[in-house]
Design a protein around this ligand. Structure first.
Ligand code: HOZ
Length: 428
């Protein structure tokens, strides 16, 4: 079934560390050989051995309308003929920035970068430059890319591989990162009290997507906003996963909470390597060349990536019904899975909001990293492989969110629920 993938993984291991270019995809926490993808269309992935899978990763979020969405592909083809990189300003970058500012609340300006990592790293530098303070508060199990400051108590691959302290991150950098349990306001208050006038920013995933999908408890984000206002701290919402996915204006719009800085990732490039950070003019004008906080990049605002993002975001802007439909699809899937797990007599939690969801095999609510880590990840592992064999591609780690795409049909959802039923019978 996976002959070519196995051969490719062996070949890859000789020239790429761990055989992959990003750790989670190595399948380390679920075991077995990663599946090498050849092409994708709509809701389906096709691997090198010719197996088809319904995709619930969707490139970790950006394929919200499905893979190889035709208008995006056509736009890329057309723009690639103009040049694949100028390293100079273009009209298109201005139009993309205007589009983003028109869709996202509370921002006046946006700076393009090449990934979510760059976006969060740059937003933190800006927060430090703006406030003149050094420390940042983040949350256990939240992941803001792989810049040094954020690898303390990080989710995603760091959690998946169980890495406690990342070699290469100096103690000085780690000391400036304070971390609190997600959904725990008193812990944040205590950190602020212990470090008066030293905290530049609080950065949070408004819906955590890097320890499974974990929702903010009522009052959590509001409480963070108030603490930031009271103590002169900048509130950074990492919307790399939630931006343009939970609503056209992301989590800020959905929850009605204002951030001072917002970071975005791959969805801004329609799946191409793009990120961005954005905020109010008075803060953003500290970025060079308007201000002294330096940030730069030859590939930033790359024309091919910009047209892909513009085409995708414009579609989302013009068709708000997509969000209701995505939520309905997710709700149907969640209901079917709950019924299946219930009938199988196992303990489970299915967290979901909009088109993000995840499954943890636990009897208690999953509201933070400790809870996520305590779930039955052995069972998740077996469930993952049983689903893969049945043609359903889930994130290969319980510490990741599932993403539903618009190309998914009712039949695909029923197929997934039936696969889960049969998987449960096979692994119990
Ligand atoms: N860290 C990414 C999701 N949280 C996964 C990256 C990848 O393997 O593509």
């Amino acid at each position: 079934m996976y002959t070519k993938s196995k051969a490719l993984f062996e070949q890859a291991g000789k020239v790429i560390p761990g055989g992959v270019n990003s750790p989670v995809r190595a399948f380390r926490s679920v075991g077995g050989t990663p599946v090498f993808m050849q092409h994708a269309k709509g809701a389906y992935l096709y691997d090198e051995d010719g197996n088809r899978y319904i995709d619930y990763i969707n490139s970790w979020g950006p394929m919200i309308l499905g893979h190889a969405y035709e208008p995006v592909v056509k736009a890329i083809q057309e723009y690639a003929t103009y040049s694949t990189s100028f390293g100079a300003p273009t009209k298109l970058e201005v139009e993309v920035a205007e589009l983003i500012v028109s869709m996202v609340p509370n921002i006046d300006m946006v700076r393009m970068v090449n990934s979510g990592t760059e976006a969060c790293m740059s937003a933190l530098r800006l927060a430090r430059g703006f406030t003149g303070r050094n420390k940042v508060i983040k949350f256990e199990g939240n992941y803001h890319g792989h810049a040094d400051s954020f690898l303390v108590s990080a989710g995603s691959g760091v959690a998946t591989l169980g890495i406690q302290a990342v070699p290469g991150v100096t103690a000085a950098v780690a000391d400036d990162t304070l971390s609190a349990p997600y959904n725990n306001l008193p812990a944040v208050e205590q950190l602020i009290a212990e470090h008066p006038d030293q905290i530049a920013a609080i950065i949070v995933e408004p819906v955590a997507g890097n320890m499974g999908c974990i929702l903010p408890q009522p009052g959590f984000l509001e409480g963070l906003r108030t603490l930031c206002d009271t103590h002169g701290i900048l509130f950074i919402m990492d919307e790399v996963m939630t931006g343009f996915r939970l609503a056209r204006g992301g989590a800020q719009e959905l929850f009605g909470i204002r951030a001072d800085l917002v970071t975005f990732g791959k969805i801004i490039g329609g799946g191409m390597p793009v990120g961005a950070f954005a905020g109010r003019r008075e803060i953003m004008e500290h970025i060079a060349p308007a201000g002294k906080v330096y940030q730069a990049g030859t590939l930033s605002g790359n024309p091919v990536a910009m047209i892909a993002g513009y085409t995708l975001l414009k579609t989302l802007q013009e068709h708000p019904a997509i969000y209701t439909q995505l939520e309905e699809k997710t709700n149907r899937l969640v209901a079917g899975l709950r019924e299946t797990f219930g009938a199988a007599g196992i303990v489970y939690q299915v967290n979901h909001i909009g088109s993000m969801m995840s499954v943890h095999f636990a009897e208690y609510p999953i509201i933070d990293f400790t809870a996520a880590s305590g779930a039955n990840n052995e069972l998740f592992k077996r469930f993952f492989h049983a689903m893969l064999e049945r043609g359903v591609y889930l994130p290969p780690s319980a510490f990741e969110s599932w993403f539903v795409c618009q190309a998914l049909t009712q039949e695909d959802i029923e197929f997934t629920i039936n696969a889960a039923r049969s998987a449960m019978q096979a692994i119990k």
